[in-house]
Design a protein around this ligand. Structure first.
Ligand SMILES: Cc1cc2nc3c(=O)[nH]c(=O)nc-3n(C[C@H](O)[C@H](O)[C@H](O)COP(=O)(O)OP(=O)(O)OC[C@H]3O[C@@H](n4cnc5c(N)ncnc54)[C@H](O)[C@@H]3O)c2cc1C
Length: 349
């Protein structure tokens, strides 16, 4: 069978791009190896436009948030499942830097509607006090990927298998096994560092641990953020995350939960949920984030082989950024328009 695009990887990036292209009438074959430790399968899916101790606002926050809401709303309409949930976040005042950052940002018009007034300990129930962040929430990434995988299969647009670069054959069309396509879009997440055509891209993957726990004790109603975060779910379930490990020479990052990571996350639990005294560990997972060195997405075409493209580099913010860039890159592929220069891989030439 002949396709317009092979898409390698069915994480959130490959999934939303394939969904856009199929919806626009393109013939797509998604190839994924079903890795349960893929970043999108491990992530908590938090959406948060104001991050870090300096409370830095994502420059195009309104645009990204509007597109994320529109995209997840459209998917909810198509499949009858609310994959995205709004939930405000309480950012704790647990050090002087964060208090200073809040004081500075609170007077800044750019932060209007994103951060709220300071709350004392009696108002928020946390000794340190804090402030509420708005326009935050979480995406149920695994249910969304499972739903899209089923939908792709119904349209013979998906194969579950390991993809090997050596199996691509180049001629008038690009052949892979019994299939051919006009082009290949690599959406392999952190594994792009092994890609012979795109391994030169400046990736800086980071590994993260995440815990799912259960308690009968009362949980906060907000997402709690103190560098590490706690996400309350239903029926006493909650997630705590995430650690950051950067690669060291000769030590590749492992997609396996580490004892160190688990201890680190359990050690901050009393700060994130002082009311939780007893809990059970339900799951401990780890994955590798596809961070780029300049913290911007890496999208575009190979200069010598323009039939090969990459859609990657969404780092720690895939849930907020991917809907916007899946639409943008699909428009480029469908209409031949220009890619935003700040995400185009040509900036690294
Ligand atoms: C611990 C942790 C917590 C995170 N928390 C958040 C969060 O709260 N909010 C947020 O927005 N982001 C979060 N992220 C980041 C988020 O997961 C990423 O931004 C996003 O999921 C990246 O999606 P992707 O599709 O580019 O990559 P991936 O999810 O890694 O998907 C790549 C896919 O390609 C497949 N693949 C790769 N190579 C091959 C091959 N050769 N053959 C076949 N298949 C292949 C993989 O199996 C995988 O399915 C977190 C990540 C981690 C690890």
């Amino acid at each position: 069978m002949h396709y317009d695009h092979f898409i390698i990887g069915q994480g959130l990036a490959g999934s939303l791009l394939a969904w856009r292209l199929l919806t626009a009438g393109r013939r797509v074959l998604v190839i994924d190896n079903g890795n349960v430790a893929a970043a999108s399968r491990v992530a908590a899916g938090l959406v948060n436009p104001v991050t870090g101790k300096r409370l830095v606002r994502e420059p195009k926050a309104e645009t990204y948030l509007a597109e994320a809401r529109a995209c997840y709303g459209r998917l909810a309409g198509q499949f009858g499942v609310d994959f995205f949930h709004d939930k405000p976040m309480l950012r704790l005042f647990d050090n002087d830097e964060i208090k200073l950052s809040w004081a500075k940002r609170n007077d800044d018009d750019e932060y209007r509607g994103l951060i709220g007034e300071a709350l004392g300990s009696d108002e928020c129930g946390f000794e340190t006090g804090g402030f509420i962040q708005y326009q935050t929430g979480y995406l149920l990434t695994s249910p969304l990927l499972n739903t899209l995988s089923q939908w792709f299969k119904q349209q013979t647009a998906m194969l579950e298998t390991e993809f090997s670069y050596a199996d691509l054959q180049f001629g008038d069309t690009i052949r892979w096994q019994d299939h051919s396509a006009d082009g290949v879009i690599f959406c392999e997440g952190a594994r792009v560092i092994n890609n012979p055509w795109f391994r030169h891209l400046p990736m800086q993957p980071s590994r993260g641990d995440i815990l799912t726990l259960q308690t009968d004790d009362p949980l906060p109603t907000w997402i709690i953020n103190s560098g590490q975060w706690l996400l309350p779910l239903e029926n006493g379930l909650f997630k705590v995350g995430a650690t950051y490990d950067w690669p060291r020479p000769g030590q590749p990052l492992q997609e396996k939960g580490s004892l160190q990571g688990r201890e680190k996350l359990l050690s901050v639990l009393h700060r994130l949920a002082p009311t939780v005294k007893h809990y059970q560990l339900v799951e401990h997972r780890a994955g590798i984030r596809p961070n780029s060195k300049d913290k911007r997405p890496l999208i575009g075409f190979h200069t010598q082989h323009p039939r090969l493209a990459v859609f990657n580099g969404f780092g720690s913010k895939g849930s907020m950024l991917i809907p916007y860039y899946a639409r943008h890159f699909a428009d480029v592929l469908l209409t031949g328009g220009r890619l935003d220069t700040d995400v185009d891989i040509k900036r690294w030439l």
